[in-house]
Structure formats: C-alpha cells, structure tokens
Design a binder for this molecule. Structure first.
Ligand SMILES: [Zn+2]
Length: 51
C-alpha cells in the first residue's frame, strides 16, 4: 500500500447530521462517505422529511 503523497488524514463532516469521520486513507474516506450517503438514503425512506 502506498499512501498518496500529501495525504495525512481527512475529516469527513456531514452537512446533514453533523457526523464526523476521520479517515487515514483516501480509500477509507471514500468508503466512509459512501456508507454514510447510503445511511441517509435509508433514513430518508424510513423517516420521510416533511416539507
Ligand atoms: Zn449525515
């Protein structure tokens, strides 16, 4: 595994629920973002937001 140069760690902060996830690799970051997006999609279907 060769970490991308300059990649130390990144914090993903969700603008919808404020959840923060610190990722140490780009792969981890993308995975966390993807999983979180899926979670929101699921929550949205379970608890439709009234507008
Ligand atoms: Zn969120």
């Amino acid at each position: 595994m060769t970490p991308a140069r300059g990649w130390d760690q990144a914090v993903f902060r969700c603008g919808r629920c404020g959840t923060e996830h610190t990722a140490t690799t780009e792969d981890d970051y993308l995975k966390a973002v993807g999983a979180h997006s899926d979670a929101h999609a699921l929550w949205g279907r379970l608890n439709p937001i009234e507008r």
